[in-house]
Design a protein around this ligand. Structure first.
Ligand SMILES: *[C@@H]1O[C@H](CO)[C@@H](O)[C@H](O)[C@H]1NC(C)=O
Ligand SMILES: *[C@@H]1O[C@H](CO)[C@@H](O)[C@H](O)[C@H]1NC(C)=O
Ligand SMILES: *[C@@H]1O[C@H](CO)[C@@H](O)[C@H](O)[C@H]1NC(C)=O
Length: 333
């Protein structure tokens, strides 16, 4: 559930382009993954994200943030950055200690993993909303709403117990509230602005076709690969003329290290029906000039070969004939 934002397949439908023309991320969140292996061994992983683009890492050994982009600090002053790092360092260290001390109380069994996500999001009207939630072993456990811990139904009595406990730590609630409702919105606006050139850039998709493993006798799997595009929203469809092929299947959108995306659209067809199909790609960077790739049946490759081979053979025959003729003339005394 916590990883859901990364798996959302944002398929841009024709005409569903964002109204204000703003492209690129609109939220910031930190992710905490705490792995508890046994009674003496646990580790924290931390990271910071603008939607699904990572801009912060966390060095657990030194307890310091890693700024993955020159503009990752937004307009936070060095003092503020140091202060936030200190808060995270103390929190993450204390978190492991608290959990390890309450293994029995919460009936937890090694190994297990706790995930947390917290951040804020810019809404279309310009206001900012904040969120915080936690999960255990991949299931929702609790969330915060209006400064109040809300246990998730999946969390059962353990989650209720945890919320009761958390609400007793008023100092932590106050610090968390300040970070979520004051620091985060201010930081989000400034970092979106600082990274604007990169966040709002347009990278054109490249597309190519291939055939996948045959889905069965007499059938073909047509594959349309689209890569290297940014931002994420894209529309890829197998078409026959103007007709969208409803059997088109989309892969997950896969991220690349260079902040571009990859998507595959496949279509399972009878071999005889592949001719005349095309893959169409719509993306904001193309400014309406869609990419259209026509499926070239294998026979066309054979035709190309024939087209090269036939004249060559004729030429060879001519040369051979000419030689034979010359020889026969020369043979005449
Ligand atoms: C805990 O796990 C670590 C890493 O797998 C291992 O090296 C260590 O021996 C384990 N300790 C105990 C007490 O099981
Ligand atoms: C949020 O909590 C405060 C006090 O805890 C309360 O007065 C307010 O009505 C709550 N707002 C919402 C939207 O629940
Ligand atoms: C940082 O940016 C935010 C949002 O744009 C703004 O409200 C704030 O005043 C800026 N802070 C400084 C110190 O410039």
């Amino acid at each position: 559930m916590l990883l859901l934002p990364f798996q959302l397949l944002t398929i841009l439908l024709p005409g569903a382009d964002s109204e204000d023309g703003f492209q690129g991320p609109s939220s910031y969140h930190v992710i905490q993954i705490s792995s508890f292996v046994n009674s003496t061994w646990a580790k924290n992983e931390g990271s910071g994200w603008l939607d699904d683009l990572q801009i912060h890492g966390w060095d657990s050994d030194s307890g310091t943030a890693i700024f993955l982009k020159p503009w990752s600090k937004g307009n936070l002053s060095d003092e503020e950055v140091t202060e936030v790092e200190e808060l995270f360092r103390v929190y993450l260290f204390g978190f492991i200690q608290e959990i390890q001390a309450r293994i029995n109380e919460f009936q937890l069994e090694y190994p297990f993993e706790i995930q947390g996500i917290a951040g804020c999001k810019l809404l279309p009207g310009g206001s900012v909303t904040s969120f915080l939630s936690g999960g255990v072993g991949g299931l929702d456990f609790l969330s915060f709403d209006n400064n109040t811990c809300v246990p998730s139904p999946e969390g059962g009595s353990r989650a209720q117990q945890a919320c009761t406990l958390i609400m007793e730590y008023q100092g932590i609630i106050d610090t968390g509230t300040k970070l979520l409702y004051e620091t985060c919105p201010r930081y989000l606006l400034s970092v979106l602005n600082a990274g604007k050139a990169e966040l709002q850039r347009q990278a054109k998709p490249k597309a190519w076709l291939s055939s996948g493993p045959s889905p069965g006798p007499g059938r073909l799997l047509l594959v349309c690969h689209v890569s290297g595009f940014y931002p994420k929203p894209v529309w890829v469809m197998w078409m026959r003329g103007e007709q969208e092929q409803p059997g088109t299947q989309h892969s997950d959108l896969l991220p690349s290290a260079d902040w571009t995306w990859y998507l595959r659209a496949t279509l399972d067809v009878a071999s005889g029906e592949a001719a005349g199909l095309s893959c169409q790609v719509k993306h904001s960077s193309l400014e309406g000039r869609d990419i259209v790739l026509h499926w070239g049946p294998p026979i066309s490759i054979a035709l190309i070969c024939l087209a090269i081979l036939v004249p060559s053979i004729i030429l060879l025959l001519c040369v051979a004939l000419w030689h034979i003729k010359r020889r026969s003339y020369q043979d005449i005394p």
